[in-house]
Design a protein around this ligand. Structure first.
Ligand code: NHR
Ligand code: GAR
Length: 216
């Protein structure tokens, strides 16, 4: 089903460069960012939302007694409006099974590695330490398994001799800002779904590494 104008809610914790790329793309695409929710009051991403005229809400996890209480409050906030898709863009709180079940098939995350390799944090340094020749970025559906939901798309970069964790992070960011808006527009067009814990595009199940965007 084609959503006439897919309403996207973006969850952030920090700088929000992916949020910015999504906002910039949305202006000429088939989705709109209806709200930004952030768990850090001083995150620069909130300034980006304000500059784009997008409403935002801060909800600090430290004000809640448990992860489940925080997630219940998050669900209450999100359900105040009609949201078609929730996008994690540098959002740093693990979402409880209750949250994930409530929005099954409607939550995406971007992760700076070629999943299933290098889940977790500090991916760029770990890729260097392992002597990998390739690195990259993955967009996946969020499930209860951390960084383990079905992959929709990946984009690769090559690791050169003089790369550092910082240069790899820069290269990965450039790719993130291309791949994330692209996947969101596919979702908005009704082309991507999660079915039985698999990512499906145009009714075809995708391979475990998703679609390769810009193959070399
Ligand atoms: N939630 C679920 N259920 N599944 C995923 O795949 C998720 C998720 C929530 C966030 C993003 C993520 C990543 O891409 C993400 C994927 C934070 C942590 C973490 O350990 C792990 C993975 C990711 C984000 N967070 C700590 C926590 O206790 C807090 C760290 C902090 O506040 O700085 O939640 O890698
Ligand atoms: C991005 O590189 C994203 O892949 C990564 O955080 C950065 C957020 O940047 N996510 C994780 O590492 C999740 N643990 P941004 O705030 O500028 O979009």
């Amino acid at each position: 089903m084609q959503l006439t104008h897919c309403s996207v809610l973006v969850l952030i914790s920090g700088n929000g460069s992916n949020l910015q790329a999504i906002i910039d793309d949305s202006i000429h695409s088939n989705y709109k960012v209806c709200r930004v929710i952030c768990n850090k009051a001083d995150a620069y991403g909130l300034t980006r939302a304000a500059q784009a005229g997008i409403p935002s809400t801060v909800i600090d996890h430290r004000d809640y007694g448990s992860r489940e209480d925080f997630d219940s409050a998050l669900i209450d906030l999100i359900d105040q409006e009609q949201v078609d898709l929730i996008v994690l863009a540098g959002f740093m709180r693990i979402l409880s099974p209750k949250f994930v079940k409530h929005y099954a098939g409607k939550v995406l995350n971007i992760h700076p590695s070629l999943l299933p390799a290098y889940t977790g944090t500090d991916t760029h340094q770990r890729v260097l330490d392992a002597g990998e020749k390739e690195h990259g970025v993955s967009v996946h559906f969020v499930t209860e398994e951390l960084d383990g939901g079905p992959v929709i798309a990946q984009e690769k970069i090559s690791v050169e001799k003089n790369d550092t964790a910082d240069t790899l992070a820069d290269k990965v960011h450039i790719k993130e800002h291309i791949i994330y808006p692209k996947v969101i527009s596919w979702f908005a067009a009704g082309r991507i779904k999660m079915e039985s814990n698999k990512a499906v595009m145009d009714h075809e199940p995708l391979p475990a590494t998703g679609i390769e965007v810009h193959p070399n």
